[in-house]
Design a binder for this molecule. Structure first.
Ligand code: CA
Length: 229
């Protein structure tokens, strides 16, 4: 039974999520602030974290950063009441995998949780390269890290790793964003969703020397994205 840690200070929301996840046969631990959440993840193997941003003791972004710094690679889904794109990208930059904006549909959240758990189940690459170089930066999809030439490391979220995996398989070719959505998130996610685009913005910040003028992760106009190594 997958173990999910919910880090959320709104008791009603946390209780509702807990009931629904337990109904889906997950084991759930609820933590009402960031410190308790970090302790809960450290205390037992955790398969997924649901993380609120506005917490009483620290921002969810900080929780995310500390989890990734400690080497945790489980999927982290941010529950954010803020809808600004910049916050979403900030979460992804810190190593979160996905986010849903409150108020969210429970069905959509459960679909994203189940997709994330299925993906991390088969964390070993299904073939293809897991370590490669983009420009001067080394990408390691198993450790989910990008290493710059000065040795600085940045975490990759699970979905960022999956996007890179698909793009590198077909380096030099435009991969449609609808295909990225379908292959990575599966059915149930609307193609109008900005999810892929936000992950691309975050990936460019990690991989491009000048993220505003990308040379490696290119936009294929009206189609999708193309990776140039
Ligand atoms: Ca909150």
């Amino acid at each position: 039974m997958p173990h999910i840690v919910i880090i959320e200070d709104e008791p009603n929301l946390a209780m509702g999520l807990r009931d629904n996840l337990e109904f889906e046969k997950h084991t759930v631990t609820h933590a009402a602030d960031g410190a308790a959440g970090l302790a809960a993840v450290a205390a037992q193997p955790t398969d997924l974290v649901l993380l609120d941003i506005m917490l009483p003791d620290m921002e969810g972004f900080e929780v995310c950063r500390r989890l990734r710094d400690s080497g945790a690679t489980m999927p982290i889904i941010i529950l954010s009441a803020r809808s600004q794109e910049i916050d979403k990208v900030r979460g992804l930059e810190l190593g979160a995998d996905d986010y849903v904006t409150k108020p969210f549909s429970l069905r959509e959240l459960l679909a994203r949780i189940n997709a994330a758990l299925r993906r991390s189940d088969r964390a070993a690459p299904a073939g293809g390269k897991s370590v490669f170089t983009i420009g001067k930066r080394k990408v390691d999809l198993i450790r989910q890290k990008v290493t710059a030439d000065d040795g600085g490391e940045q975490p990759l979220g699970y979905y960022e790793s999956e996007i890179l995996r698909l793009l590198v398989e077909r380096a030099g070719e435009a991969v449609p964003r609808t295909e990225l959505l379908e292959r990575i998130w599966g059915a149930g996610i609307s193609p109008a969703d900005r999810t892929v685009d936000n992950h691309i913005v975050s990936l460019r910040r990690k991989l491009e020397p000048d993220p505003r003028n990308p040379r490696h992760i290119l936009t294929a106009h009206a189609v999708g994205y193309k990776l140039v190594l």
